[in-house]
Ligand binder design. Structure first.
Ligand SMILES: Cc1cc2nc3c(=O)[nH]c(=O)nc-3n(C[C@H](O)[C@H](O)[C@H](O)COP(=O)(O)OP(=O)(O)OC[C@H]3O[C@@H](n4cnc5c(N)ncnc54)[C@H](O)[C@@H]3O)c2cc1C
Length: 395
C-alpha cells in the first residue's frame, strides 16, 4: 500500500510526487497515458513573475521562481550529463506596448508590482531597443523584469519524474483512474483500469482533466480546458535575448472571456528556434489547429519584431491549459472527502509554478506549515466546486 496516490504524471504530478517522496512518503504516480506527454509537453517554458498582479498568484510565482535555480542544479547533479539539459535560464522579460493606449496601463500595472516588491523597471523606447535590438521602433512603453526565466518544459517534467523514480516513486503509465475506494467517510484509494491502488491520501493533478477526475472520485471541480497555439520557427541566429511579450498579454491571461484572444509572446530557445505564442480560447478539447488563430498570433508577433517577417515557420502545435474561473491554482485538501487533495488549475503558468506546488502539497500532506500561505488556493473557495470539465480526450 502507498501513503499517497498522485493522479496525473504531468509536471505538476511529477513535482508533487517527487516532493512527497523527498519528505518520506511512499508514492504511486498514475497516468492514463504516457507520463509527461499531455499539457506539459504542449506549452512553452516561461517562468514568469511579470504577468502576475500583486496577490497570492504573484506570491506563488515569486516563491516558485526562487526554487528553480536550486532545483535545476539539483536535478542536473542527480541525473548526470547524459540526461537532457533543463535549459533553465534567468534571461529576464521585456513587456512592450506598441500603441499609445497600451502604454499607460502597462506602466500602471508595473507600478502596482513595484509597490509589492517586484523588480519591474520601466524603460524608454531607446533603452528597450538596447535590450532588444530587433524590437519595433514603434514601442510606446516597455518594462524590464529581470526575474523572468525560462526552462525546457518537457526536459523539466522528465527530470522531475526521473528524480521521483530514484526516490522510490512507482510511476505507472497506461493506468486510468475511474473511481474512488472509500470507507468510513474518507478515501482509501482509487479504482483504475489495471486494478485498485490503496492509499489514504489521493492528490488529483490531472491538468485540464482534473474536474472530470474529481467527478469520478465524487468531488467535481470547475477546471476547464483553455486552448492555446504556438508557432515555432526554424533555427535562426540568436537575436531575441529576453522573453518579449506585448502589453496585451496580461489582459489575456486574466480575462475570463471564452472567445479567442491572442497576444504575442516571443522567445528564442537554446536550440535556436523561436517560439511564438499564443492564443487563449475555450472550445473544449478541440484539437484542430486553426489557420486564423495562427495568423492572428503571427500578426501580433510581427508588430513586436518586424524582422520575423523573414522567419521560416517549421511547425505549430496546441495544448489545453487547465483553466479555473478565478485564475488561481487549486492546491489543498478537499473538504468534501477526507484524504482527497487537488493540485491543479495552473492555467498558463503550470510549468513555472510546479516546484512551488510540489513543496506546498508535500508540506500540507505531511502536516507541516508550507513556506507560503496556501489558504487562497484551497479547493473549497467560492465558485470552484460543483461543475466539472467534460472528459473529452485528445485523440
Ligand atoms: C500553448 C500553451 C502555452 C503554455 N505556456 C506556458 C508557459 O510558458 N509557462 C508555464 O508555466 N506554463 C505554460 N503553459 C501551461 C502549462 O503547460 C500547464 O499549466 C501545465 O503543463 C499543467 O501541467 P499538469 O501536470 O497540471 O497537466 P498535464 O501535463 O496535462 O498532466 C495531467 C495528466 O493527467 C493525466 N490524466 C488525466 N485523466 C486521468 C485519469 N483519469 N487517470 C490517470 N491519469 C489521468 C493525463 O494523461 C496527463 O498526463 C502553457 C500551456 C499551453 C497550452
Amino acid at each position: 500500500m502507498s501513503d499517497v496516490v498522485v493522479i496525473g504524471a504531468g509536471i505538476i504530478g511529477a513535482a508533487c510526487a517527487r516532493a512527497l517522496a523527498v519528505s518520506g512518503a511512499r508514492v504511486t504516480l498514475l497516468d492514463r497515458g504516457s507520463p509527461a506527454t499531455a499539457t506539459s509537453a504542449h506549452g512553452e517554458g516561461n517562468i514568469l513573475v511579470s504577468d502576475k498582479g500583486p496577490g497570492p498568484e504573484l506570491d506563488l510565482a515569486r516563491y516558485a521562481a526562487s526554487l528553480w535555480p536550486g532545483l535545476s542544479e539539483e536535478l542536473a547533479d542527480e541525473l548526470g550529463p547524459a540526461f537532457p539539459a533543463l535549459e533553465y535560464e534567468r534571461k529576464g522579460g521585456l513587456v512592450a506596448a506598441t500603441t499609445l493606449t497600451g502604454a499607460e496601463p502597462l506602466l500602471a500595472f508595473a507600478r502596482t508590482q513595484r509597490a509589492a516588491g517586484l523588480d519591474a523597471r520601466p524603460v524608454g523606447a531607446d533603452a528597450a531597443l538596447v535590450l532588444e535590438p530587433d524590437l519595433s521602433p514603434d514601442v510606446t512603453a516597455a518594462v524590464h523584469y529581470p526575474e523572468d526565466a525560462q526552462v525546457q518544459p518537457v526536459a523539466a517534467a522528465e527530470a522531475l519524474l526521473a528524480s521521483a523514480r530514484r526516490r522510490g516513486v512507482d510511476v505507472r503509465g497506461g493506468t486510468e483512474v475511474v473511481g474512488a475506494v472509500t470507507s468510513g467517510g474518507r478515501i482509501r484509494g482509487v479504482r483504475t483500469t489495471t486494478g485498485t491502488v490503496e492509499a489514504d491520501t489521493v492528490v488529483v493533478a490531472a491538468g485540464p482533466w482534473s474536474g472530470a477526475v474529481g467527478q469520478r472520485l465524487g468531488a467535481p471541480l470547475s477546471v476547464l480546458p483553455r486552448r492555446g497555439m504556438v508557432l515555432v520557427t526554424t533555427r535562426m541566429p540568436h537575436r531575441i535575448r529576453h522573453k518579449v511579450y506585448d502589453g496585451d498579454y496580461f489582459g489575456a491571461t486574466q480575462s475570463a472571456d471564452a472567445a479567442l484572444q491572442t497576444s504575442a509572446v516571443v522567445e528564442s530557445t537554446a536550440a535556436g528556434t523561436v517560439l511564438i505564442g499564443s492564443s487563449r480560447e475555450q472550445v473544449g478539447f478541440d484539437v484542430r489547429l486553426r489557420v486564423d488563430v495562427l495568423a492572428a498570433i503571427a500578426r501580433r508577433a510581427l508588430r513586436l519584431f518586424p524582422t520575423l517577417t523573414d522567419a521560416s515557420i517549421m511547425r505549430s502545435y496546441l495544448g489545453f491549459r487547465p483553466y479555473v474561473p478565478d485564475h488561481l491554482p487549486v492546491i489543498g485538501a478537499d473538504d468534501r472527502l477526507a484524504g482527497l487533495w487537488f493540485a491543479t488549475g495552473h492555467e498558463g503558468a503550470g510549468i513555472g509554478l510546479a516546484p512551488a506546488t510540489g513543496e506546498i502539497v508535500a508540506a500540507l500532506v505531511g502536516g507541516r506549515v508550507p513556506a507560503l500561505d496556501a489558504h487562497p488556493f484551497r479547493p473549497g473557495r467560492p465558485g470552484l466546486l460543483g461543475a466539472s470539465g467534460e472528459d473529452h480526450r485528445e485523440p
